[in-house]
Design a protein around this ligand. Structure first.
Ligand code: OOB
Length: 543
């Protein structure tokens, strides 16, 4: 069985192969290419544990054998939600070895998101942290304990921390791994930020993803001396592949796992392990810049990458002086296209632009509302296609028809302009989404859940500007008079919605403004939201 997906047309696939982008190698190649002496190098530092490439290979093979012994077969799917620990990669590579296609949910996702993903992929396996007991209990009801693998406390033996939820020990199928059937097929699903009410899944193939990893490594000049701090959620496209942990593995470097991106957690890790690279979202960069004067040896840092949301030039400018390293801006999307400022770009470009596409075969169009190219320098909507940009969301024909044109260009929903040198500047967004410090909130998803509350008749969620986060979320709600924000928050939490999606601010109104065609006028609401003072909830964006 294989996972259905929209393939690239044959002529494109041929071209991408002929140019050497698609090599036909499986994604596990990023670890398996290190053999002999190279396999002795440190791949992961996680707490007090050190995993060499040899360990990563052996342990992921053993876990794959356990999956096969449990009856998992190529074309099955898995739903994984793990914290930033070495085991995240063990599970990922083990599943790839079995041809089992995972959705790697964020650790901040709740039972609502997990159930929505499970509904789409009907997983044969769910992997959770044993510590998340209420989530474990709920998912055991949904998928059955025999399909639930739990990660407990770290163990020296690497996979000893795993156990089946029904109490069975991990078995081992001695047959050895099947070779990956077809590297042009789906390796795993990435997660879309979403703007349609249902979380969408992005099929990524071995060929396309491995190319994006290799090309990122090339652009960033990574080699075996790289020590990368994985502080944002490990499954996110930025941390996984831009160049992220997979890029660092490919280059033979070391990934240092951090439980969260705060200076309190990260600065000691940077000093202890002589970290050279880190990837951050803008709010975290601001917090790092503030904390940098207060002690902690950051002298090993060479590059800090910032992406996921717009970085203001005023903050970008402070990086070299405060952190003593270079800045790289990264404007990417889980759907594919990733833009980088280059390490040898002039300071103006690095501070003021979000970089340019990584592949010579990334095709970019900046179009006005009528679908015509805008004049150079003007703002338009970014459309793209290329060797690592997907051709369709999973099982979403109607939505795909709206966001792809007849030539296979994908509409990112981002408003950009073209700066000198082919660099892009992100100017805004044309999608019903809030970008809360890099964490994407699908407005409709939250609106639908709010509308399910008996006291609520209508809700509209929009972004409101915020000095630290860039944006926070504001819900305009028509509800019965005594309704309280705390009650609505509790209600959303009760549905298992991720915390970062809970509106930062509720505004109760008697009516919502409408456009000429009768839709809620979000532009007017955004203007109104600008004048609301935000509460200050916890959390500082992605992570
Ligand atoms: C990354 O991926 P996603 O899928 O979480 O979000 C993609 C969206 C983009 O369409 C854009 O709206 C926004 O996030 N975005 C940025 C940005 N990077 C992403 N907006 C302004 N400036 C930036 N530098 O966020 C992602 C994936 C790979 C690498 C980096 C980020």
């Amino acid at each position: 069985m294989t996972i259905p997906f929209t393939p690239w047309p044959a002529a494109f696939a041929e071209r991408y192969r002929a140019k050497g982008y698609w090599t036909g190698d499986p994604l596990t190649d990023v670890i398996d290419r290190h053999q002999g002496v190279a396999a002795e190098a440190t791949a992961i530092l996680c707490g007090e544990r050190r995993l060499r490439y040899a360990d990563l290979q052996t342990l992921s093979l053993r876990l794959a054998a356990a999956f096969r012994a449990q009856g998992l077969r190529p074309g099955d799917t898995a739903l994984v939600r793990l914290p930033n620990r070495a085991e995240f990669y063990l599970v990922f590579f083990a599943l790839l070895r079995c041809g089992v296609v995972p959705v790697n949910a964020l650790n901040s996702h709740g039972v609502y998101e997990l159930t929505a993903y499970a509904r789409q992929i009907e997983p044969a396996l769910v992997v959770l942290s044993a510590a998340d007991s209420s989530l474990v209990a709920l998912m055991a009801q949904t998928v059955g304990a025999e399909r639930l693998l739990l990660l407990g406390a770290p163990s020296d033996d690497g996979i000893g921390g795993f156990a089946w939820a029904d109490g069975d020990a991990l078995g081992e199928d001695a047959a050895g791994p099947d070779p990956v059937a077809d590297p042009s097929g789906v390796a795993f699903f990435q997660l879309s930020g979403g703007s349609t009410g249902t979380p969408k899944l992005i099929p990524r193939t071995h060929d396309d993803y491995l190319y994006s990893v290799r090309r990122s490594v090339e652009i960033c000049g990574l080699d075996g001396s790289c020590r990368f701090l994985c502080a944002l959620p490990a499954p996110h496209n930025f941390t996984l592949s831009s160049p992220g942990a997979l890029g660092v593995f490919h280059a033979g470097g070391t990934v240092v796992m951090a439980g969260d991106p705060s200076p309190a957690t990260c600065f000691p890790l940077i000093a202890r392990h002589r970290v050279t690279w880190a990837a951050l979202v803008p709010p975290m960069l601001s917090v790092w810049l503030e904390a940098a004067g207060g002690g902690g040896d950051l002298s090993s840092l060479e590059v800090v990458q910032v992406g996921g949301a717009k970085l203001s030039p005023a903050i970008a400018e402070r990086v070299p002086e405060r952190l003593g390293c270079r800045l790289q801006q990264v404007f990417g999307m889980a759907e594919g296209l990733v833009n980088y400022t280059r390490l040898d770009d002039d300071p103006w470009t690095v501070v003021n632009t979000q970089g340019r596409p990584m592949s010579p075969d990334d095709e970019i169009r900046i179009l006005d509302a009528a679908g015509h190219p805008v004049p150079p320098g003007a703002v338009g909507e970014l459309w793209t296609r290329g060797p690592y940009t997907f051709r369709g969301y999973y099982k979403a024909d109607a939505h795909n028809a709206r966001v792809f044109d007849a030539e296979g260009f994908y509409c990112s929903g981002d408003l950009v302009s073209l700066a000198p040198g082919g660099n892009l500047v992100v100017c805004g967004r044309n999608k019903d989404q809030i970008n809360r410090g890099g964490e994407k909130i699908d407005a409709q998803e939250v609106e639908d859940l709010l509308a399910a509350h008996p006291a609520v008749s209508h809700a509209a969620v929009v972004a409101m500007p915020d000095a630290l986060m860039g944006e926070r979320s504001c819900a305009f709600v028509i509800a019965t008079p005594s309704t309280k924000p705390s009650e609505l928050r509790r209600f959303l939490r009760g549905q298992g919605l991720a915390d970062f999606k809970l509106p930062d601010r509720f505004v109760f109104v008697s009516d919502l403004p409408k456009t000429a065609v009768g839709k809620v006028d979000k532009q007017t609401l955004r203007e109104r939201a600008k004048h609301q003072s935000p509460l200050s909830p916890p959390g500082r964006g992605l992570g």
